[in-house]
Write a protein that binds this ligand. Structure first.
Ligand SMILES: Cc1cc2nc3c(=O)[nH]c(=O)nc-3n(C[C@H](O)[C@H](O)[C@H](O)COP(=O)(O)O)c2cc1C
Length: 81
């Protein structure tokens, strides 16, 4: 399982995240994006990133973690198992 975390920049992920997803083989892997922002949601971020992965990727819907403390993040991660 790969958790891909990033800040939202200009309503999308920073382009280095695109490069990251293009640089490794995520075939058959589970990818779950999470992000922080100044208030924006994910918008089309997930669709853009998902399209960079092979068809066999197990893409799971991501989450905005604005304001989450450690305990809240851990609780979210536990729901993914
Ligand atoms: C270049 C840049 C672009 C940003 N664009 C957005 C945006 O479109 N929407 C938004 O809500 N926040 C935006 N932000 C705020 C960041 O998402 C926010 O600062 C970040 O998630 C918090 O992580 P940090 O503490 O590492 O900066 C932007 C920040 C930067 C530096």
């Amino acid at each position: 399982m790969t958790d891909a975390g990033f800040p939202i920049w200009w309503y999308v992920a920073p382009t280095i995240i695109n490069t990251f997803l293009e640089s490794y083989d995520f075939s058959g892997k589970t990818v779950i994006p999470f992000a922080t922002s100044g208030g924006s949601g994910m918008g089309k971020t997930e669709a853009v990133l998902h399209a960079l992965c092979p068809d066999s990727v197990n893409w799971k819907s991501g989450k905005m973690l604005n304001g989450y403390d450690r305990a809240q993040m851990e609780a979210w991660v536990r729901t993914l198992a």
